[in-house]
Design a protein around this ligand. Structure first.
Ligand SMILES: Nc1ncnc2c1ncn2[C@@H]1O[C@H](COP(=O)(O)OP(=O)(O)OP(=O)(O)O)[C@@H](O)[C@H]1O
Length: 305
């Protein structure tokens, strides 16, 4: 049985706002095994991003407080590490692609200099070595003509290419875990599929575990082995993708599943009337027998139907 890589236990993150206390994350348990892919799914505001940011210790506001819980990564609680230790871990052992980061590349600097700066900051390598690593990781994410891309400005790249740059940056330290927060949002459907396929490929070839934060069950069905469904800061259901998709235990999960974009239909499947499509649209990309549960079966943790 594969080893647990990330074990989040009873995580609580609160914001002290002028309007009162917001319990953005309210007792979340998650587990990802080495090389696994966990989908963290839920509607906007359910607490997915805050969960990812808390794991990475990147909440970035004094109004946020981790009110409880543990984030065990390879057995060490990230919440108790010093800032320096966490900084060393970021980029080298855990990489992250942020939500909305497509606009995060600075238009006034060449892609290469931004990549080199990030790589040097995380890995403390020379400029020449950082350049080599930047090229290597652009190659890894299937970027055509990587040398030229390093000399380009972000506006000269397509949305999909910019996302590949960001994924390349996150992977340059060869992390064991990649936290990808809505990495396909704002991309058109074809490019979304390419990015999802790239992440599947990275997981298979490098064995990088992925925490895939998404509101999209289609993405979960295509790439994840296990899934946790969040609502109002809590995990209402979690289990193997196969179990959750074929037999959701929570009405909220069912409602999310109904809003699945048509990401991964074959031509044959597309020819079937929409009303009869639901099951195979949601079929997991990973066959059930290959999907190892990293979470205890199916459980309704906090709320009933
Ligand atoms: N800096 C902040 N200050 C106060 N409240 C915040 C802050 N960041 C997030 N929140 C609140 O925490 C809750 C969870 O937000 P979060 O961004 O994690 O949701 P999400 O599920 O990722 O949604 P989305 O997909 O829209 O990003 C929301 O109610 C949000 O308003």
């Amino acid at each position: 049985m594969a080893q647990t890589l990330l074990d989040v236990q009873g995580l609580q993150t609160h914001f002290h706002t002028d309007g009162g206390l917001v319990k953005a994350v309210d007792g979340v348990d998650l587990k990802i095994e080495a090389g696994g892919i966990l989908g963290l799914v839920g509607e906007s505001g359910s607490g997915k991003s805050v969960t990812g940011l808390t794991i990475m210790r990147l909440l970035g506001t004094k109004r946020a407080r981790v009110a409880g819980g543990r984030v065990l990564f390879k057995g060490r609680d990230l919440l108790t590490l010093s800032d320096r230790e966490v900084q060393a871990l970021r980029g080298s052992e855990i990489g992250m692609v942020f939500q909305g980061a497509l606009t995060g590349l600075d238009p006034s600097f060449r892609v290469g200099s931004q990549m080199i700066e990030v790589i040097r900051r995380h890995q403390g390598v020379s400029k020449i070595e950082a350049h080599r690593l930047a090229l290597e990781s652009l190659d890894l994410v299937g970027m055509p003509d990587p040398e030229r891309k390093l000399r380009s400005y972000s506006h000269e790249l397509s949305g999909g290419q910019r996302q590949r740059v960001l994924i390349a940056m996150a992977l340059s330290g060869k992390p064991d875990l990649l936290i990808a927060d809505e990495p396909t949002t704002a991309l058109d459907a074809t490019v979304q599929k390419q990015i999802v396929d790239l992440l599947i490929d990275i997981n298979r070839t490098l064995g990088t575990a992925i925490l895939m934060v998404t509101h999209d069950f289609g993405v979960v069905a295509r790439m994840c082995r296990t899934v946790a469904v969040m609502r109002h800061g809590r995990v209402v259901e979690q289990g193997t993708v196969n179990d959750v998709l074929t037999n959701p235990q929570h009405v909220y999960t069912e409602s999310l599943m109904k809003a699945v974009p048509r990401l991964h239909l074959t031509d044959e499947e597309r020819s079937v009337p929409r009303s009869e499509r639901r099951l195979f649209e949601l079929r997991p990309a990973v066959p059930p027998e290959a999907a190892t549960a990293t979470t205890p079966g199916k459980e309704t943790v906090h709320a009933g139907k």
